[in-house]
Design a protein. Sequence first.
Length: 78
Amino acid sequence: MVRKVLDCRGMHCTGPLMATAKQMQKLKPGDLLEVWVDDLASEFDLPAWCREAGHKIISKEIRDDYYCYLIRKKDSRI
């Protein structure tokens, strides 16, 4: 299992979501992606996209001035 970090701080609107989707395509089922975002819209966009795409948010942490999401890529059998 691989764990990657994607720093989307400073991106706005759909930027973090698009970057996350692109990075998830490169990962294998079960791999983890840690996404750092400071755009408030991502608080709604990322969880909604994960539900729709079948990925699972393992944790959401509020750090100094940004959110840290840990997302597991969906299993290919689903």
